[in-house]
Design a protein around this ligand. Structure first.
Ligand code: 13P
Length: 252
């Protein structure tokens, strides 16, 4: 049994009004039993402070933002800096989500900048990687994911790299109802871990939490999380319902 941190993180994306979001956080906080899974709520920015206050006494619940800007501050209208997140007590930040890459022009280079500044503000990055269907069909998915990881993360010191969580989210499985099979997930997670071992050594690779994301739900979470290199999930749609989300956290 690995000693890696097990994580189930919800990514609420652009869902829930303020009152709906606080109600969801209250329901999750009330129903989630203490255990050895780190459970993260990735809320829209406007919910962070209130949700942080709701979850603060639960031993397993933590807070994530879904993005941050790569500059320390300044004239970037509409953006949020890592220092602002830090000042609210946010612990994690999701970076490089495929929706950010697709709709907001994020690249491996901007993800790399964001990872560095997030770490400098004591935020733990959850860095998303994953291929489009056409890339998988061309048999190039491992090459692409390897490149995304190398470009975004391999300038980090071993000490900083030790703080990173990686989320493998095949783009074709996000919000589509299609899920990577447990074998497909394991194959990619094993590849990612080997890639990390080649760069940072076996000890760091074995200690890195690698999450699966893409139509993960109560019905399939257990078969995915039982794979040796799958250390939990990054959950979109199913994180918006307390009972589904909690069922997923109970799937180990
Ligand atoms: P779904 O679980 O809705 O497919 O979303 C996955 C995801 O993008 C989590 O970041």
């Amino acid at each position: 049994m690995s000693t890696r941190k097990k994580i189930v993180a919800g990514n609420w994306k652009m869902n829930k009004t303020f009152s709906e979001g606080t109600a969801l956080a209250e329901e999750i906080t009330g129903k989630l039993e203490a255990g050895d899974v780190t459970v993260i709520l990735g809320t829209p920015y406007i919910h962070l402070q209130a949700v942080g206050a709701i979850i603060k006494d639960h031993p397993n619940l933590f807070l994530a933002a879904q993005n941050c800007h790569q500059a320390a501050g300044g004239a970037y209208t509409g953006e949020i800096s890592p220092a602002m997140l830090q000042s609210l007590g946010v612990q994690y930040v999701i970076l490089g989500h495929s929706e950010r890459r697709k709709y907001f022009g994020e690249t491996d280079a901007s993800v790399s900048e964001k990872v560095s500044i997030a770490l400098a503000h004591d935020l733990l990055p959850i860095v998303c990687v994953g291929e489009e269907l056409s890339v998988r069909e061309a048999g190039k998915h491992e090459a692409l994911v390897g490149e995304q990881i190398e470009n975004a993360l391999f300038d980090l010191s071993p000490e900083d790299f030790g703080k990173i969580v990686i989320a493998y989210e095949p783009v074709w499985a996000i919000g589509t109802g299609l899920t990577a099979s447990p074998d497909q997930a394991q194959e990619m997670h094993g590849f990612i871990r080997n890639t990390l071992a080649a760069k940072y050594g076996d000890e760091i690779a074995q200690a890195t939490t690698i999450l699966y994301g893409g139509s993960c739900k109560p019905a399939n979470a257990q078969s995915l999380f039982s794979q040796p290199d799958v250390d939990g999930g990054l959950i979109g749609g199913a994180s918006l319902k307390a009972d589904d989300f909690i069922a997923i956290t109970n799937s180990y």
